[in-house]
Structures are given as structure tokens and as C-alpha cells.
Design a protein around this ligand. Sequence first.
Ligand code: HEC
Length: 480
Amino acid sequence: MIAAHKVSVAIRSLRIRGMTAQWLYALGLSAILVMLPFAVRLDGRPHADWLQFLGRFHPSLVHLPIGMLVLLPFLELAGTTRLGLREAAGFVLHLALATGAVTLVFGLLLAYGSGVMGATVSRHMWGGIALLIELLACVTVRPAWISGQLQRVYPALLVVSLLTLTWTAHQGGSLSHGSDYLTRYMPGPLQRFFPSASTATDAAYVGSVYMRSIHPILDARCVACHGASKEQAGLRLDLYELLMKGGRDGAVIAPRNPDRSLVLQRVTLSPTDKHFMPAEGHTPLTADEIAALRAWILAGASPTATTIPGIAAAAENADLPLQPVGDYTYLMNEIRQIQRSEGAKLVAVSATPSDGLILRTINVASKFDDTQLARFQRFAPFIVEAELGRTAVNDDCFDTLSKFTNLRALHLEGTAVTGRGLAKLSSLSQLTYLNLSGTKVTSDALVQLKGIPNLRHIYLFETPAEPASADTNRTLRSLR
Ligand code: HEC
């Protein structure tokens, strides 16, 4: 009896020691996994070609662990009644862990070899590491689950692993197909749950040649690989400051010197050159796009210049495309609040937030003055139309209005403005419509409107500045 008891204690302690050894083993491996990214630092520089050559197997290898992990819960479920399948499940789990580890190594080779970095790259890498650690935990607790202990832990870990897998695979998909691959053709109502990731824009440069002609080229052709989520060669081309900062080899734009600008060199190489941009058979720039880039760099690569020889001016583009203004929905609470306190309304132009807001004062016009207008400054970049007709504003309103950088239409008819300070509106590059009818504005004051590049319609009915022919086009021409 006593001997039997001793044996059973010894066996139990062995089992416990075995378990502890298993856990220590899993912990050690997890620590190594967590340290990998620090050992293999992604620095935005490509390394030996053979690293990248091997790394390029990562996107196909990855399907092995994915397939096994998706199969696993089915095997475990069926295994509750069929012992053979339960054994198979254990085997598949180990195989998923092993192929997962190989895939991770190839993924690191790909990132390190090609010199890619960026937020999505990091998320994808850490997702893969987390998944492997979770699988290690699964392998460690599964024997206990089989023997009837820790009933909930293993199934819970399995669910967590599958969720991590989904998330990590999505990050990987964004890297290879672009971050809007899944959402681009999604039905509208669903899209609202997936706000587009990158909303950063050079709002300050709206209306410049850079924003009208250069940024759209880089955005369409280059940002998939040189943007926030993926920074090939440590280079981002989605924001002006970053474009000018350059990549791993320093500046890529040499103002006034197109031939020494790496950006231009790379897009004008022979398309078969290894360094030709856009890389990997993406649609090359057209001759016009290259000419625009060259002209812009030659003129000094300014972010603010509104006309540059060789690039069609805004006025020549009959229909200026409307600038999206960014998403104001995060301000909805504040918008409701200010509507309540001021009585004036901020009305959406359409169901699409980037179409902007209209400031409507009709209910409170006689009481709406410059102080109240200033309170709407918080929403300035989102307001595309300001209906201030017959309100109590005066020339001080131009201080606030100059901050409404996306304003397209401005109604000031029947107000006390005299035109002093109209020059402050010259920062409004999107302004096309200005109604000053029934004010004291004089033709002398109108000269200050010269700097507004896109102004097409001015109304001066019943003002000292009213043109004899009521021909606003002539007024505009005489301003230029
Ligand atoms: C399919 C992905 C991809 C696209 C699209 C792409 N690039 Fe690249 N780019 C890369 C990779 C990878 C590198 C690093 C390897 C190399 O230097 O050739 C790179 C490097 C560069 C460099 C060198 C940066 C440095 O500091 O050495 C420049 C400049 C550049 N790209 C410009 C562009 C421009 C301009 C476009 C758009 C017309 C563009 N790229 C589009 C992948 C891409």
C-alpha cells in the first residue's frame, strides 16, 4: 500500500515537474520571439538580395499555418466523439506552430531584405509574434485539457489565436493589396464601421500647385509603397514635409534641380531597370505627370506656390474638383452643443462627411455678430459655405473667415462690411463665390481680392462698387 502510494506521489510530482518544464520551455521560446524584432531591426535599408529572394516565399508559405489553424477547431469539435480526430488535432496544432515559426522567419527576411517599414508592417509582424506565443500556450495547456483539467483555458486560447490570426492576416492583406482592398467595394452602410485609416493631409497647402497637381500624382502612384502603413526605403511621399525629408539616402527632391532629384531620376529610368519607380510593374507615370513633377521641382518645389510655369493654372481647369474637407464626425457632440448655445446651424452638405458643412444663421441673423462667428472657428476647416447674409457681422469677420480654409461660398450681402480687411480672404484658395451685395464695399477695397485664385463669382448689386454692366466677369478680369 505504502509503496503504491509513494509511486503515485512520485508520478504526480514528475507530471507536475513535466508541466513546469513545458511552461518554462514555452516561456523561453516566447522570450526569444519577443526579442526577434530587436535583434533584426528594420531600418528602411534593403539588405542582401538573397534575403529578399527567400523572403518572397513568405506570402505563399503563410497559407500553411492559416489552413491548419482554421481546421483545428473543427478537428477538436469532432474529436469530442471520435478519438482518432482528437489525436489528429494535436498533430495539426504542432504542425501549425512549426509552419507558423518558419513563416515568421521568412516574413522577417522579406521585411529586412527589402528594407520595408511602417505602421502596418509593425502591426503585421507583432501580430505574427503574438499568434505564435498563443499557439505555444495552446500546445502547453492542451494535455491538461485532454485529461479533463483546465476545461475552459484551451478553448479560450484557441479562440484568441483565431482572432489574432484574422487580424494579422488582415494587416498582411493591407500590405500586399493596399489598405482599402477590403473596404473599397463594401456596401456604403457597412463602410461607416471601417473609417479610412489615413486622414492626414497637407490641409495648410490646399489650393497650391503642390496640392492640385503634385500630391495627387504621388498619392495615386507611389503612396501604396511610400505611405504611413508601408515605408519602402524609409521614404514617405504622402505628406509634403516627409517628401522633402527624403528616405534612407537623404533628400529625394533637390529644389530647382530636377536632374539631381532622386524622385525624378527613379521615374525616368528605363522601366526594366531594377530601380525604376513605381516598382514591381505598377502603372508608370505618364509623360505629362513627369513634366509636371519636373516643372514643380525646377520652380523650387514650393508647397504654397499657386502658379508655376508649365503646370496648368487652376483658372484654366474649368471645373476645379472639389477638395474633400476631412471627416468632422468626431466633433458631432460639440457641433450639437454650439448649435444649441448659438442658435446658428452647421448643416451637412451631404451624407458624406468629407463634403463639409454649411454655416446657416437664418434663424438668428440679426443677433449673429463677430463674437459669435469666432466661436465657430473650432469647425473652420470643415465649413465650405458660410451664410452670413443680413447678420450683424462687420469688417472684423474677415479675421475669423480667413481661418475657414475650405470655404467655397461666402454670403455677406446686407451686412455692415465696408471691405476693410478683405485681403485676409486671400488665404481662401477654394473660394469661388462671394456675395457683397447691399454692403458699403467700394471698388478700391475690391483690389484686395486679387490674391484669391479661384474666385469666379462676385456679386456687388447696390454697392458703391457696382459695375455699370453688372458683369461680374469683367470685374474679375479687371482685378487680375
Ligand atoms: C510596389 C512598391 C513601390 C511603389 C509603387 C513605388 N516604390 Fe519607390 N521604392 C520601392 C522599394 C522596394 C524601394 C527600395 C528599393 C530601391 O531603392 O529600389 C523604393 C525606393 C524608392 C526611392 C529611393 C529612396 C532612397 O532614399 O533611396 C525613391 C526616390 C522612390 N522609391 C520613389 C518612388 C516614387 C516617386 C514612386 C511613385 C512614382 C514610387 N517610388 C513607387 C517600392 C515602391
